[in-house]
Design a protein around this ligand. Structure first.
Ligand code: NAD
Length: 358
């Protein structure tokens, strides 16, 4: 980063708690949102960290995000649990829905859970981590609605999808080192373009196309008109998975897809379908974990083709980042930082909060 501030996780959490509270949230909601956003920065996903606050505050002003909204259960039918997020903070309503889904899964072994109408739920891996903490396996399919499309289908020249993340989480023999594959189906998450644009960085080849459908390296094409589009990862395979995520979440939840007959108010609404499995119902948990560990050791034991770049487990980059940033602080580019401070000031957050952080 060209120019940055480095803030400790503790100070940043206090600032975010204050901003979200000034936005109208009760302290417990502000705490969940703050933990999630700072947790995303700690995990190295600045795209889903505190830099997104100005967007949230903008959506609050437009009433596309409604503070102090708990999740509502709309269908409770054994293995099927369906929730409505009521445009509340996604971090809160998804957290509440996951807690209920996990409790049910521990009772009956398998749950299909859907959540619709949640404001942006953030880093999906957070919810996979909740499942593996309880020795469950989880599969998450997410779409993005209420927003213009960002990702082009393979062979297309304009955007027709959100960045539609999927997440697959499995426990291992080491509780602190689960497998968390949590990824956008676009080559990069959209927020990473915001971070690059704010930092004035060019993009590597192959991530985006411009409004004419031609390759580009400019993150600005996503922030000016006419807009370009992100590309899916893995060509036809990523496109296929983006479509599946769109349908698994948007259709099964009842929240709808990004197809243009559905209303778009320029907010960020996520729907999520989660399949929770208690592996202990399928065999001995000890054997399952031993076998997972043996396979993980086999895969990650492959000699690296570049000795400086060892084979990693999905979820490991986030753990390494967490360890490093908890110790050394969270770097934020100066443009993102000033945008956060401007938004905070607009809500009347006391300047003393910034002074201690900056
Ligand atoms: P990414 O490309 O940085 O990582 C994707 C996955 O690959 C992670 O599980 C990571 O642990 C793993 N990984 C990375 N490097 C690896 C390596 N060398 N070996 C093995 N595994 C490796 O993530 P992304 O696709 O840019 O997504 C970033 C975040 O954005 C995710 O947390 C996602 O949930 C979130 N997101 C949310 C939304 C939303 O609408 N809420 C939309 C898109 C993305």
């Amino acid at each position: 980063m060209e120019s940055e501030v480095v803030v400790s996780a503790k100070k940043l959490s206090q600032l975010v708690h204050e901003i979200i509270s000034c936005g109208g949230s009760h302290s417990s909601e502000a705490q969940i949102v703050s933990n999630h956003l700072v947790g995303a920065n700690l995990a190295g996903h600045d795209s889903h960290g505190v830099g997104i606050i100005p967007t949230y505050l903008n959506n609050l002003k437009k009433e596309l995000l409604i503070p102090n909204t708990p999740v509502t259960i709309i269908n409770d039918d054994g293995a099927f649990l369906q929730f409505d997020g009521g445009k509340g903070y996604g971090q809160r309503v998804a957290h509440e829905a996951m807690k209920k889904g996990i409790t049910r899964c521990k009772e009956i072994g398998l749950v299909v859970m859907t959540l619709k109408n949640a404001h942006h739920i953030g880093r999906v891996g957070t919810y996979g981590e909740m499942a593996v903490d309880e020795n469950l396996v989880s599969l998450h399919f997410v779409n993005v609605t209420d927003h213009y499309a960002l990702v082009a289908p393979h062979r297309g020249s304009d955007a027709r999808f959100g960045t539609n993340p999927v997440c697959f989480a499995l426990p291992t023999g080491k509780k602190s080192e689960p497998i968390i594959l949590d990824m956008a189906t676009s080559k990069v998450a959209a927020g990473k373009l915001r971070v690059s644009n704010n930092a004035g960085n060019k993009l590597p080849d192959g991530l985006v196309i411009d409004s004419e459908g031609q390759p580009s390296n400019d993150p600005g094409i996503m922030f000016s008109e006419p807009k370009g589009a992100l590309l899916p990862f893995g060509e036809h395979k990523g496109y296929g998975l983006a479509l599946i995520a769109e349908l698994m979440s948007g259709v099964l939840s009842g929240g709808g897809t990004i197809q243009p007959d559905n209303i778009r108010l320029d907010g960020i609404i996520n729907t999520m379908t989660v399949i929770l499995i208690d592996p202990a119902r399928l065999g001995s948990l000890d054997w399952i974990k031993n076998e997972i560990d043996a396979m993980v050791n086999y895969a990650t034991g492959s000699p690296p083709s570049d000795p400086k770049l060892p084979v990693l487990l999905p979820g490991e980059p986030e753990r390494k980042s967490r360890t490093e940033r908890e110790e050394n602080g969270i770097p934020l580019d100066s443009e993102s930082w000033s945008q956060i401070l401007e938004s905070a000031e607009s809500l009347g957050v006391d300047r003393s909060f910034f002074a201690e952080c900056g």
